[in-house]
Design a protein around this ligand. Structure first.
Ligand SMILES: NC(=O)c1ccc[n+]([C@@H]2O[C@H](COP(=O)([O-])OP(=O)(O)OC[C@H]3O[C@@H](n4cnc5c(N)ncnc54)[C@H](OP(=O)(O)O)[C@@H]3O)[C@@H](O)[C@H]2O)c1
Length: 270
């Protein structure tokens, strides 16, 4: 039986990923800072027959990352699949955040996934098998307002996955990146819409369950990259890459800039 370590499982998309990987037969190591919520998920998964261990840990802390890997080893003898899902953005203006806040966004969204991979890779190489799945965002490509550190981290995560995959695949360890567009039903986008009293449209958004499916497909079919968005997601991403001004112009036309401005004001008032 294989073991998957999934980060960011106290709420949002990570819970969907954990349920689908539990169903697929993996032992699970579930990580987040909020122990109560993750423990509730573990209870549900254990009732369905999954072996699940909870590690309450802050991923921006080096010692915590080492503790996560140690516990996974003690419980299950190692990790076969690492899903770097934890992430997010505090939704404040770049210049209004301290440098430490900006650095923390970068640490959570790209350095922690890289460090966890670095800690788990020796065991994967020794066993001759492993897969790292990184959850990135179209925000890394499209230029959403006030996402400087987040966008840099998510774009960096795509680059990290590409090189990791090409360097270690011949030795049995692969890597995939899942690039998310707007996700409904769970997660930060849905929560923010709810807070603003806006209905998340079905058009242009994908359900959180699609992300869980994409993670399993990436592992089973060893896919380089899956873009989770309705319609020709990969094509749209390719257009953004070809014409860097297209994303910001589209945000302006679609009213996304105005919405994000409202979110920034809401966060300021909290
Ligand atoms: N939702 C979307 O529309 C969307 C779009 C594009 C990309 N994404 C990406 O999808 C992934 C999941 O996002 P989501 O929307 O499900 O976010 P979410 O609902 O805000 O959940 C984030 C998860 O990450 C954990 N986390 C945050 N900071 C952490 C830290 N310092 N240490 C340990 N765990 C931490 C949170 O748990 P604790 O707070 O308990 O620690 C939580 O379980 C993220 O990488 C996000 O960037 C989401």
């Amino acid at each position: 039986m294989q073991t998957a370590l999934i980060t960011g499982t106290s709420r949002g998309i990570g819970q969907y990923i954990a349920r689908s990987m539990g169903k697929a037969g993996y032992n699970l190591v579930l990580v987040s800072r909020s122990a109560t919520e993750v423990e509730a998920l573990a209870v549900e998964l254990r009732a369905a027959g999954t072996r699940a261990v909870v590690v309450a840990a802050d991923l921006t802390d080096h010692a915590s990352l080492q503790r996560i890997v140690r516990i996974a080893g003690e419980e299950f003898g190692g990790v076969d699949v690492l899903v770097n899902n934890a992430g997010g953005d505090p939704q404040h203006e770049f210049d209004q955040m301290s440098w430490a806040q900006n650095e923390n966004i970068f640490r959570l969204n790209v350095l922690a996934p890289m460090e966890l991979t670095h800690l788990l890779l020796p065991g994967m190489l020794e066993r001759g098998r492993g897969h790292v799945v990184n959850i990135s965002s179209l925000a890394g490509r499209i230029g959403f307002p006030y996402t400087e550190a987040y966008a840099a981290a998510k774009d960096g995560l795509i680059a990290f996955t590409r090189v990791l995959r090409s360097d270690y695949r011949r030795r049995g360890v692969s890597a995939s990146v899942i690039v998310l567009g707007a996700i409904r039903d769970a997660g930060q986008g849905q929560r923010t819409s709810d807070e603003l009293g806006m209905k998340m449209p079905r058009a242009g958004t994908s359900p959180a369950s699609d992300v869980a499916k994409a993670v399993l497909t990436a592992i089973r079919k060893d896919r380089t990259e899956i873009v989770v968005m309705p319609g020709p997601g990969r094509l749209l991403k390719a257009v953004m890459d070809l014409f860097p001004g297209f994303g910001p112009a589209m945000n302006q036309m679609a009213g996304a800039n105005e919405t994000i401005r409202k979110v920034i004001e809401l966060r300021k008032s909290e």
